[in-house]
Write a protein that binds this ligand. Structure first.
Ligand SMILES: Nc1ncnc2c1ncn2[C@@H]1O[C@H](COP(=O)(O)OP(=O)(O)OP(=O)(O)O)[C@@H](O)[C@H]1O
Length: 112
């Protein structure tokens, strides 16, 4: 099993959720985060003064999938989250050792 962590532009969340649902994903976790990549921050005007905003709002989507489903899910996220402009985000794939469904005690593949 692998954890796919996608940091995306917030307005892309709904499309990413739909794309993952079409891939058979049954659950995921969403967190509002801030970050920067090469995009860095930008300058914003607030009450007439200029402020440099160091961190931009992003959405982090975490989804654990079977290893054989990783490529399909990653492709699905890339396809809908890409605008072609800087700051489209990143996807990280990491190993997951164990999953437990608390209600039933089911484990791993059957618990995803
Ligand atoms: N190396 C990293 N580690 C952890 N989070 C990262 C990393 N790089 C980017 N992020 C997260 O992803 C978000 C979006 O990154 P961003 O798209 O700006 O990356 P980039 O590499 O600069 O790509 P682009 O050139 O398309 O802008 C960042 O705001 C940050 O939250």
């Amino acid at each position: 099993m692998k954890m796919i962590t996608a940091v995306i532009k917030p307005f892309k969340l709904e499309e990413v959720r739909e794309a993952l649902a079409e891939c058979g994903v049954n659950g995921l976790t969403v967190t509002e985060v801030k970050g920067f990549g090469r995009q860095k921050g930008h300058t914003e005007l607030y009450r007439g003064a200029e402020y440099v905003v160091d961190f931009l709002p992003k959405v982090k989507v975490e989804v654990v999938v079977r290893t054989e489903d990783v490529d399909r899910c990653v492709d699905a996220i890339v396809n809908v989250a890409r605008t072609g402009k800087i700051g489209d985000g990143k996807i990280f794939v990491t190993p997951v050792e164990r999953v437990v469904r608390i209600r039933t005690g089911e484990l791993d593949d059957t618990a995803i």
